[in-house]
Design a protein around this ligand. Structure first.
Ligand SMILES: CC(C)(COP(=O)(O)OP(=O)(O)OC[C@H]1O[C@@H](n2cnc3c(N)ncnc32)[C@H](O)[C@@H]1OP(=O)(O)O)[C@@H](O)C(=O)NCCC(=O)NCCS
Length: 181
């Protein structure tokens, strides 16, 4: 399995199955629907502004993922008989060996462990790709994200921007390896 065909089965805390898979170019409608089901505060935490509309260039950027410098996963559940994207994450390589991560989970599914499983799968892919470090810039009041990243081994580092908390995960150990199937 390559990062572009990544696929793993997981369970939500309430036992429902969830599919963690690579983002596909035809996921645009599902991604936009997910944004519609994400509250303004969550969007501010993800984009640092309350962003709901995306330009054609932004959509291209978010959907045309090369799975080398830019890797994106989505979490999909069956909701009322329809496959629905309920969350996603990505890393973007910012310098050799290092990538920046970002996450979003739609309102109705937050607190079900999806953020944690996305982080674990993304970190596993980054490790297998040979990256040395993942980094995240998080707003200080974003307790949920800080908790998820902390659980996954990220540590608070020095931030150049006083408005954000900079967290990093060293990928040299074997913990948290991706286990897609
Ligand atoms: C951050 C985010 C991705 C986490 O996703 P999630 O699926 O809810 O994460 P999980 O369920 O794995 O874990 C969230 C944890 O934070 C906890 N939490 C949530 N809100 C909290 C709060 N206000 N105070 C304390 N803990 C909180 C949950 O209880 C859970 O902890 P637990 O595992 O001990 O029960 C999701 O909240 C989100 O999309 N937020 C908006 C976008 C965002 O902030 N992106 C990050 C920018 S990089």
């Amino acid at each position: 399995m390559t990062p572009a065909t990544y696929s793993a089965r997981e369970q939500l805390r309430d036992g429902r199955p969830v599919h963690i898979r690579a983002l596909k170019p035809d996921d645009e409608a599902g991604m936009l629907a997910a944004i519609d089901h994400t509250n303004a505060e969550s969007l501010r935490r993800r984009f640092f502004v309350t962003k709901r509309n995306f330009s054609a260039n932004e959509k291209t950027f978010f959907l045309n993922v090369d799975f080398v410098r830019h890797v994106a996963l989505v979490a999909v559940v069956e909701d009322e008989g329809r496959l629905t994207i309920i969350g996603g994450c990505r890393y973007i390589v910012t310098e050799p060996g290092e990538a920046e991560v970002a996450f979003v989970v739609i309102d109705a599914y937050q607190g079900q462990g999806i953020g944690t499983m996305l982080t674990s799968h993304l970190a596993g892919l980054a490790r297998e790709a040979g990256l040395k470090q993942l980094a995240a810039d998080v707003l200080p009041d974003n307790t949920a994200m800080r908790k998820v990243l902390g659980k996954c081994g990220f540590q608070t580092g020095r931030s150049v921007d006083p408005q954000v908390v900079h967290l990093t995960l060293a990928l040299t150990s074997t913990a948290g390896t991706a286990s897609g199937a």
